[in-house]
Design a protein. Structure first.
Length: 412
């Protein structure tokens, strides 16, 4: 420079600026003339006069400046601290304790940190109980309780029975978040509000009628049954009502006497049955009861105490000349031999029939036609009258050719 002033110290006069040349020189701007190699020294903020984090502002007029100080500092160049907390203001309403040796921020409730910048978590200590949810707040917390608990910290159990929900003198059991009603015997339902129909399960048996009652039921049994549920069949035969060896048959509503083989009849086999009840007589004979006995009246052609014997009318061989004797008691001949009824009857079962050989006729096969006992007498009277007529006819018969024929007769 013009003065060739070497920067031997840190003070260049007249607002000159020391610049690093080959030799330290002070660059002067006297008369607005800049030395060669020097910068413009007209900007007052060029030398960064503001301290710390202050902002230098170039103001109008005579190369002046203004320092905008950060919080906690003041002064022309912001080189003076306004409090003892290190220039950092306390946050969230914190108060700076101006202790020269140990300045601190006194934080309001709910905040922590050097400058009260941290919100304190009141839920960190788990103040809520019984599974409740803790919600942190500013200088506080809230507990959201699960069902069954209450209180600021959800430490009080709710008594669900306090409203007396159980009816009909039921016992209420308090439980976590609910209640249970222990119903008396006659009631049911959540609150024991329903009366139980004890007849609903149909406890009465064998057609009994069930009557519902409060906490009970009664069975009205049908006749012949007993027991609480009419489960027992009353044995009407226990008193042995059947007499004379009759068999007692117990039923659902009474008994029956089976008198078979006892000889007695009646409801209790008390009446002596007539001896003819068993039909002891054979061959459709008539049975007649007598004192302690009976008599069989046989049809003609039968004999024996019970009319069990068929009299053999053919035993004397009444049919002559080889005629075949057949008893009228033989049912097989009816409907097959001419002159006999189509069906058998005991009324005409006595006697026999002679089936004559060709060329023979008569009762026993000697001639004369078929006869029955009932017609014998009438025919004998007629014989005499006919004899005269027969003599006249004999001459005529001899002239005619004899025809072979089979005839039959019966007798009793």
């Amino acid at each position: 420079n013009k003065n060739n002033t070497k920067c031997l110290s840190n003070s260049c006069p007249n607002n000159s600026t020391c610049k690093g040349f080959p030799q330290d020189n002070c660059c002067s701007d006297i008369d607005n003339h800049l030395d060669k190699g020097c910068d413009d020294v007209k900007d007052p903020c060029f030398s960064s006069p503001c301290q710390g984090n202050a902002t230098c502002v170039n103001t109008a007029g005579e190369r002046s400046f203004l320092c905008q100080c950060p919080p906690g500092y003041s002064g022309l160049t912001c080189d003076t601290a306004t409090d003892s907390c290190g220039g950092n203001s306390c946050q969230h309403g914190g108060t700076c304790h101006k202790d020269p040796e140990n300045p601190v921020c006194i934080c309001p409730a709910g905040y922590a940190g050097k400058f009260c910048e941290t919100d304190h978590n009141e839920c960190a200590s788990s103040p809520c109980h019984n599974g409740a949810v803790c919600q942190d707040g500013i200088n506080g917390y809230s507990c959201f309780c699960v069902p069954g608990y209450q209180g600021r910290h959800c430490d009080l159990e709710v008594d669900e029975c306090v409203s007396d929900p159980c009816m009909n003198e039921a016992v209420c059991l308090n439980e976590i978040g609910r209640y249970t009603c222990v119903c008396p015997q006659a009631y049911s339902g959540v609150n024991c509000e329903l009366e139980i129909d004890e007849c609903g399960s149909q406890p009465c048996l064998h057609g009994a009628t069930c009557q519902d009652a409060l906490g009970a039921y009664f069975c009205h049994c049908a006749p012949g049954f007993l027991g609480d549920h009419c489960e027992f069949n009353f044995d009407e035969c226990a008193s042995q009502p059947c007499l004379h060896g009759g068999l007692c048959m117990d039923g659902g509503n009474g008994y029956h006497c089976d008198c078979t083989g006892s000889g007695f009849t009646g409801m209790h086999c008390e009446t002596l049955m007539p001896l003819c009840w068993s039909k002891p007589c054979h061959n459709n004979a008539t049975c007649e009861d007598t004192v302690n006995s009976y008599v069989c009246h046989c049809w003609p052609g039968y004999t024996g105490a019970l009319c069990e014997t068929d009299i053999n009318e053919c035993s004397s061989n009444p049919c002559q000349f080889g005629g075949e004797c057949t008893e009228l008691s033989s049912e097989a001949v009816y409907g097959h031999i001419a002159g006999l009824p189509s069906s058998f009857s005991y009324l005409g079962a006595s006697g026999y029939v002679c089936i004559c050989q060709p060329g023979f006729t008569g009762e026993e096969g000697e001639g004369g036609g078929r006869r029955k006992r009932k017609r014998k007498r009438k025919k004998k009277k007629k014989k005499k009258k006919k004899k005269k007529k027969k003599k006249k006819k004999k001459k005529k018969k001899k002239k005619k050719k004899k025809k072979k024929k089979t005839t039959m007769t019966w007798a009793v």
